[in-house]
Design a protein around this ligand. Structure first.
Ligand SMILES: NC(=O)c1ccc[n+]([C@@H]2O[C@H](COP(=O)([O-])OP(=O)(O)OC[C@H]3O[C@@H](n4cnc5c(N)ncnc54)[C@H](OP(=O)(O)O)[C@@H]3O)[C@@H](O)[C@H]2O)c1
Length: 414
């Protein structure tokens, strides 16, 4: 195991040499799509190794919300079951820990998410397995999953939709086939695990919420946004570092903020970097305003937008109060509170900074995965890994994330 905080696995110098500068080599050809055709014959699934004797698997579970000590490792979990024809069972080789896992551990979003989970799975609230992304091997699939595009045994990368109670912090996970695709051979398992959750968050914020590429950018894997000026707050974290690389690949002009020790790293990615801890940080950022988009990947929230001393057309934050308001006040009152929060922050932002405030979210779109896959294949997107842990040390991985100052992703080898 690499010790927590042992450093970024992609050497900083590599950044200076690699990224966006390498020529595009080939086109994406392996998008995950859900076939409407049934395969001619149903292939019998290979038996997952640890399951042949016991039909049980290892996994981390929660039986109640709380702190990291609520995480319990069990080797007697039932495999998750394929329940519809478009689902796939994956043997997980690597997974990751994200801020949403820490938040869900503490009960964040439980009111709404639990309702969705119960509707989808006839399930009770607990036990819950966290983990939103994985790289692994396709071991079983529903009859509606096209054999040509996703043959059994394929090395896949994928994400787990938030309402799914069986996450990827286990030996096996079931997801809809639209949430996975053949893993890019350019990345090893750990690297492949570190792209999709944060990458789809950044992609969705820019293209679905921000409309950076117009209708085509939102509905296809085309991207877009050339010559737009975007400020990424929190350029050193998982979402921020991928957002910068996505934007640079589309020839946008990218400014980013981070703290002092990450400046060298972020400078290899963005056009201009500002250390947000310096007293003149805002002054520097004012020089380049107005921004087409300010993308908040630093947990600042929408309230922060009207306090900024520079103008923008859109301020997109990934820290919306949506789920927290519903947790606090219930579905009806919480939704009203959300509407009121959004209107208030927008009135302030429009009058003071001339732009709109929007809430961005992770969204598991197949064309978003296709977009990211294409960037990896063209070597325009290099994953950053903060640290790696063994499966048995999952609580240590959570501790590392809780300490903050992330420089990329936390990966866990299953
Ligand atoms: N809504 C959604 O669906 C969704 C999905 C994914 C993530 N998120 C949210 O998006 C945020 C980013 O996620 P992540 O996975 O990238 O987290 P992360 O890896 O922990 O990155 C956060 C980064 O922000 C930096 N930072 C903290 N305060 C800052 C400030 N004032 N100005 C600039 N940078 C600052 C941190 O570095 P230093 O502390 O060293 O400066 C760190 O590198 C989190 O708040 C997460 O909860 C939301």
């Amino acid at each position: 195991m690499q010790a927590a905080g042992a450093g970024i696995r992609v050497p900083l110098k590599l950044f200076a040499l690699l990224p966006r500068l390498l020529p595009a080599s080939r086109n994406f050809a392996n998008a995950a799509t859900v076939s409407t055709e049934e395969p001619e014959t149903a292939t019998p699934p290979p038996s997952p190794p640890s399951a042949t004797c016991s039909m049980k698997m290892r996994g981390w579970q929660l039986h109640s919300y709380g702190g990291i000590d609520e995480l319990q490792l069990s080797n007697k979990l039932k495999w998750p079951q394929i329940r519809s024809s478009d689902e796939c069972l994956v043997r997980v080789r690597t997974t990751a820990v994200n801020p949403i896992d820490i938040a869900m551990l503490g009960g964040y979003g439980s009111t709404l998410l639990n309702q969705l989970r119960c509707q989808a799975n006839d399930d009770i609230e607990f036990p819950l397995t966290l983990g939103r992304e994985f790289c692994g091997e396709l071991v079983q699939k529903g009859m509606g999953v096209c054999d040509k595009q996703l043959p059994l045994g394929t090395r896949v990368w994928g994400v787990v939709p938030i309402p799914n109670p069986n996450g990827a912090h286990a030996e096996y996970v079931v997801v809809p086939s639209s949430c996975l695709a053949p893993a890019p051979k350019e990345l090893d398992d750990g690297e492949a695990t570190s792209v999709l959750y944060a990458g789809l968050t950044a992609w969705s914020g820019l293209y679905l919420t921000g409309g950076l590429g117009g209708p085509c950018g939102a509905t296809t894997s085309e991207g877009g946004g050339a010559h737009k000026r975007v400020l990424v707050l929190g350029g050193s974290g998982s979402v921020g570092s991928l957002a910068i690389q996505i934007l640079k690949s589309q020839r946008a002009q990218v400014l980013a903020t981070c703290s002092e020790d990450a400046v060298e790293m972020v400078r290899c990615l963005a056009d201009y970097v500002v250390d947000y801890t310096k007293p003149d940080a805002n002054e520097q950022l004012c020089t380049y305003a107005p921004y087409d988009i300010v993308l908040d990947c630093a947990g600042q929230g929408g309230q922060h937008a009207s306090d900024l001393p520079y103008d923008f057309r859109q301020y997109i934050t990934f820290n919306s109060p949506l789920l927290a308001n519903i947790d606090k006040s219930g579905l009806c009152l919480g939704s009203l509170q959300n509407f009121s929060d959004l209107v208030q922050t927008n009135v302030r932002a429009v009058t003071q900074r001339g732009g709109l405030v929007k809430w961005g979210y992770f969204f598991p779109a197949a064309h978003g995965i296709e977009f990211l896959q294409r960037l990896v294949e063209r070597r325009k997107l290099i994953p950053l890994i903060d640290s790696s842990f063994d499966f048995n040390d999952m609580p240590k991985a959570f501790e590392r994330l809780k300490c903050g100052h992330m420089r990329g992703k936390i990966v866990v080898k299953v």
